[in-house]
Ligand binder design. Sequence first.
Ligand code: HEC
Length: 128
Amino acid sequence: MLKAVPLMALAFVALAAAACTTQTQLRFEPLTPSERTALIEEGREIATSQCGSCHAVGLADASPRPGAPPLRSVLERYDSAALTGNLMIGVRVGHLDMPLFEMGPRGADALVEYLYSIRSTNQQVPER
Ligand code: HEC
């Protein structure tokens, strides 16, 4: 499912990076609504299958594992581009209890797009 789609993935990663850089010269086509929906759906599957045993992955559920913050709150504390990069290359983003993930650019991007979609302060999501 997470086989590489190198060019798209590069564009997504660059887009995520660009979104957090105020003076970027780079311009990318935004995702179309259907592309975004597909990416969010992919991210939801990853979150449910790989994070859901510990973290709440929905809009109002409680984390199964005490101490694991609901994923909807994660973007309040983590920069999305940094999180994408960390998930992609397998840097530990949480506690030592947390397994190490290496999900590749597409998976990391899908997951972060999903995190945006469930973000607790969704009304403040910048145009990306
Ligand atoms: C085995 C349980 C477990 C799994 C599976 C797991 N996590 Fe965690 N994660 C934790 C715990 C526990 C913490 C809290 C660690 C702490 O703050 O000391 C945490 C913390 C985090 C944090 C830091 C949150 C913050 O606000 O500081 C992020 C980001 C995160 N996890 C993302 C993920 C993602 C994304 C996945 C799935 C790809 C995942 N985790 C899967 C247990 C897990």
